[in-house]
Design a binder for this molecule. Structure first.
Ligand code: 5RP
Length: 222
């Protein structure tokens, strides 16, 4: 199977998981990226079976609206049963690196609110230790150099993501060569640097369920 076929298979598995658990009042948190896009396109088929969605990026909001799915501001939603999103890397504890698409902050906010975070990913994303994929950090623009120096002190190599502005008007530094053998500690240390909005480690709040697309079918972890 191609990587896209694996992504479609996990998007389908996520839909099959949530569909029987939805009612007409349900609002679904929806992530960002190519795997999430496959999920959004499938969600359109059952759009009359739930109320609407909260989007983790402007791009996702546009895609949802394009399918006629109402998009709500998170502040107007009292309860979010599910958040469905992809990842750049996951380990066996469902700790993730996210933010390859630069939407990490809104993704982390929606994941924090959701009762159940379902991560959908193809098998290439499963790693033993996080960190081969450069770790994105969203930074207030005026703090770029300061944050970069602090990241070097922590042992990472920050690279400015040229020509990219987040939906929140900030910049991204991608950290290469960082030791992420203790993800929770790294997540906390990075978030303590003044000028950091947040980083793409989802370790303090990992996924609850990983649907992993493999050549022998979709595996559900745990
Ligand atoms: C966007 C993300 C995405 O979930 C991540 O980049 C995975 O993307 P894709 O499904 O296209 O491989 O965190 O900020």
């Amino acid at each position: 199977m191609t990587q896209d076929e694996l992504k479609k298979a996990v998007a389908r598995a996520a839909l099959d998981y949530i569909a029987p658990r939805l009612d007409s009042d349900s609002v679904i948190g929806v992530g960002t990226g190519s795997t999430a896009n496959f999920f959004i396109d499938l969600l359109a088929d059952i759009r009359n079976e739930f109320d609407g969605a909260v989007a983790s990026s402007d791009a996702t909001a546009e895609r949802l609206k394009g399918h006629g799915i109402p998009v709500y501001d998170l502040n107007s939603v009292s309860e979010l049963e599910f958040y469905v999103d992809g990842a750049d890397e996951t380990n066996e504890h469902l700790e993730l690196i996210k933010g390859g698409g630069g939407a990490l902050t809104r993704e982390k906010i929606v994941a924090a609110v959701a009762k159940t975070f379902i991560c959908i990913a193809d098998e290439s994303k499963l790693v033993g230790t996080l960190g081969t994929f450069p770790l994105p950090v969203e930074v207030i623009p005026m703090a770029r150099s300061h944050v970069g120096r602090e990241i070097v002190r922590l042992g990472g190599d920050p690279v400015y993501r040229e020509g990219f502005t987040t939906d929140n008007g900030n910049i991204i530094l991608d950290i290469h060569n960082m030791d992420i053998s203790r993800p929770i500690q790294v997540e906390e240390k990075l978030n303590q640097i003044v000028g950091v909005v947040t980083n793409g480690l989802f370790a303090r709040r990992p996924a609850d369920l990983l649907l992993l697309g493999t050549s022998s079918g979709v595996k559900s972890i745990p």
